[in-house]
Write a protein that binds this ligand. Sequence first.
Ligand code: SF4
Length: 227
Amino acid sequence: MRSAIERRELLKGVYDEARDCVACPLHETRTTVVFGAGNADADLMFIGEAPGANEDRMGLPFVGQAGKLLDRLLGEIGMDRKDVFVANTLKCRPPDNRDPYPHELAACQDYLFRQVELIEPVVICTLGNFSTKLLRGDATGISRLHGQPEVREVGPRAVRLYPLYHPAAALYTPSTLEALRADFARIPDLVALGPPPQPTSIDPVPEPEEPAPEQPAELQAQQLGLF
Ligand code: SF4
């Protein structure tokens, strides 16, 4: 069992790799790699689709209106960003916010799987159709699945996967906001269940190799949520 400090250090190693990543063509158009932010020791993760324009500029996930709604909903269940880890399926912004291409997702998925392996969340909330379909490996849409937890393997970990509407979809549709709020209210009970049984063979994540060049300390601290 890793300590919170060990998780954070290992996660920083993955972040150091990601921030210089050129594994898919999105590196040519991004401003910043949006690795994810929050608590490296969180029981609860949120996974959206990909960074938008604000996220690309600031290097942080969910910083616009949808992010503010996410913060508000977390507050309503007695939590905030420092309690959770927020990431996306893709770490770089697709131009004009188009949908990610399969080869981009294939190139990027190892970062997400390593985040999940290191953070060891109990619950992963997928936000919206895209991440829900991707992590479930099936085309069933969010309107049928939201609010229904199930045990799924995400990379090497078994987690309680909990599909939710994307906060952006709830911004201007009161009925969606109502459903999202009701689904959020069940999160604490889900987290309290603890992790589901794990697959038998989980290989340890290797220790980070050579440190990459330093990024401004403030951005590093924000991205990793070293609260
Ligand atoms: S989207 Fe992922 S795989 Fe593509 S360049 Fe960015 S970090 Fe690398």
